[in-house]
Design a protein around this ligand. Structure first.
Ligand code: FUB
Length: 310
């Protein structure tokens, strides 16, 4: 083929799904992807903050959004799995921010900030709706719980190989606390997560928000955003409790004020989910979710993921 024709053809072919294109033509952020198996079979479920229903000036949506996929390439908008009104204790102005979900004991647990000072947990027999408050009080409450930090938001739950569930959350200081087997009760004190080896003298290489833990070959990878704006970076350790030693950058700065990631490993493959401003009209409050393959080097280091082309 003539080189010019080849170049034109390459321009005409959109980037393949799965390498950083938005998963939906709707503004959404703070991805929480999972592979859940129900009686209908296995499927990918992705819970998100719904930027399409905010004011465009702040993250003031009060509903979360759900997408599903059977192949990780095409995603179906499954609507609103729940909103903040599920939590009767929510203040009238409470916002619905970065959620996470877990399948356990045949049930689905949904963790989310409800306002900037509390985390709620809801439960359902199905992943796509029917959620009810699993308690009648917040799971974490800044006013109630010692060491909950200034802003207990961005919950992320990790279940280790022994079945112990760990809840991570927080801005500026990362927090971790064990959950009881019921998944709805804190088990012990809220502790600060120790991160060692952050590059000294770089005021931008600090913990900001979006804590997330995953495990690979016995190593625990703690990823987080370094702030506003922030990079996604990672640190590793030998226990879900930490400490974690800084290793490097997973995703560079975006052109928007936040960065927020999740890593999904399924069927021997790994993906990084994040949000960016990839859709027309996008911006810091109008974000869109993208997914990219996540690769490791021979030493178990995460290879930096290139930003999606705009
Ligand atoms: O979506 C609202 C907030 O923006 C989230 O809680 C943060 O992680 C940031 O992405």
């Amino acid at each position: 083929m003539h080189y010019l024709a080849a170049a034109l053809l390459a321009l005409a072919i959109p980037a393949a799904a799965g390498i950083g294109q938005p998963i939906a033509q709707r503004f959404n952020a703070d991805p929480s992807p999972h592979y859940f198996t129900t009686q209908a079979g296995g499927k990918f479920y992705l819970y998100a903050t719904d930027d399409a229903s905010n004011s465009g000036k702040y993250w003031d949506s009060t509903t979360w959004r759900l997408y599903t996929s059977s192949d990780m390439k095409t995603w179906q908008d499954a609507g609103i799995p729940l909103d903040v009104k599920v939590f009767k204790w929510a203040r009238p102005d409470a916002k619905a921010w970065a959620p996470d979900a877990v399948q356990r004991n045949g049930r689905f647990y949904f963790y989310a900030p409800v306002g900037g000072d509390r985390i709620g947990v809801a439960v359902s027999n199905r992943p796509d709706g029917g959620f009810a408050d699993a308690r009648t009080t917040p799971l974490v409450d800044k006013a109630r719980d010692a060491n909950a930090g200034d802003e207990p938001i961005d919950p992320a739950v990790f279940i280790d190989r022994n079945g112990q569930a760990w809840l991570y959350f927080g801005t500026r200081v990362p927090k971790v606390v064990k959950l009881k087997a019921d998944m709805t009760t804190l088990d012990g004190p809220i502790l600060d997560v120790a991160i060692t080896g952050l590059p000294a003298g770089d005021p931008k290489k600090v913990y900001g928000e979006a804590p997330f833990l995953h495990e690979r070959n016995g190593t625990y990878y703690f990823t987080f955003s370094t702030g506003w704006p922030g990079q996604i970076v990672y640190a590793t350790g030998g226990s879900p409790a930490g400490p974690f030693a800084y290793r490097g950058v997973v995703l560079d700065y975006l052109e928007i004020s936040t960065n927020h990631q999740a890593i999904l490993e399924h069927g021997g493959k790994s993906w990084l989910f994040y949000h960016d401003s990839l859709l027309p009209g996008g911006g810091s409050h109008r974000r869109s979710i993208a997914v990219a393959p996540l690769e490791y080097d021979e030493q178990g280091g995460i290879r930096q993921v290139p930003l999606a082309p705009k």
